[in-house]
Design a protein around this ligand. Structure first.
Ligand SMILES: [Zn+2]
Length: 259
């Protein structure tokens, strides 16, 4: 039996739930046993080389309840972003409406440029290599999103006495929906993927950043900022909770070649 095996055997005797996906890792520099819950909910037991297997098993066993809670949370909140295929019929949500992709070689009647969305829920895009279709569709989200943000953001500029605010819609990575950059930029930036969310959540992301743009006193999300949020969007906390759940299923631009 090598070092790892004897620990694995001791843990197997505990008959822990299989969905915990327990892995054992020998950590030469550790002095005590540790447990780490990894993103997505698997469990790593970190073990100093000199530890006694029985003692490790007792330690894990005595933390059963703690592990169960952490695994549950990590599994529930794990990102689960869809992967799209750029083929006819693939669905895209944009500004609260659902569209079906339709690839074309020429401009359809009544369409002036590609890509375009139509009143009958079609998203027309030029047939080309997938990476280019992806870029074109994200460009559509960015344009439509920027128009929306300028239009919807204005009322808060007026009401919050925000002068000279600029807007941007771009890729903000996989962890942020929006950001406000203070002077001298004075810029509200939203992720293009926000415009694939239900509109009440896009509104929350916008209002959140607009509240920062009023330069409330104190901490970033402190009492003054919260007062502004309560005024502008009384149910903002509820929307934030829904966003944490809905957002992890949002399309962030992932794609796979068509099969
Ligand atoms: Zn914030």
């Amino acid at each position: 039996m090598n070092g790892q095996d004897k620990f694995q055997t001791a843990l197997a005797d505990l008959r822990l739930p299989v969905e915990w996906r327990i892995a054992v890792a020998i950590r030469p520099r550790r002095r005590s046993v540790g447990i780490e819950i990894l993103p997505g909910g698997s469990v790593a037991v970190l073990i100093p080389p000199t530890a006694d297997p029985e003692q490790v098993a007792r330690f894990v066993s005595s933390h059963r309840r703690w592990i169960a809670g952490k695994v549950e949370t990590a599994t529930r909140l794990a990102p689960d972003h869809p992967v799209k295929e750029f083929v006819d019929g693939e669905e895209f949500d944009l500004l609260g409406r659902r569209y079906q992709l339709h690839l074309v070689d020429t401009l359809p009647a009544g369409v002036e440029q590609l890509p375009a969305v139509t009143a009958d829920h079609l998203l027309y895009a030029r047939r080309q290599p997938a990476e280019q279709i992806r870029r074109a569709i994200i460009g559509l989200y960015r344009h439509a999103g920027l128009d929306w943000v300028r239009r919807e953001g204005y009322q808060y500029e007026k009401d919050g006495r925000i002068g000279g605010l600029r807007y941007e819609v771009r890729d903000l990575g996989r962890r942020r929906w929006g950001v406000y950059r203070g002077a001298p930029k004075h810029l509200t930036a939203l992720h293009w993927a926000v415009f694939g969310l239900p509109m009440h959540l896009a509104e929350y992301v916008l209002v959140h950043e607009q509240a920062h743009a009023t330069w409330p006193d104190g901490r970033a999300h402190g009492p003054a900022w919260q007062r502004r949020m309560n005024l502008w969007m009384p149910d903002w906390q509820q929307r934030r909770t829904v966003l944490a759940e809905v957002g992890r299923h949002a399309w962030l631009g992932d794609w796979k070649p068509s099969s």
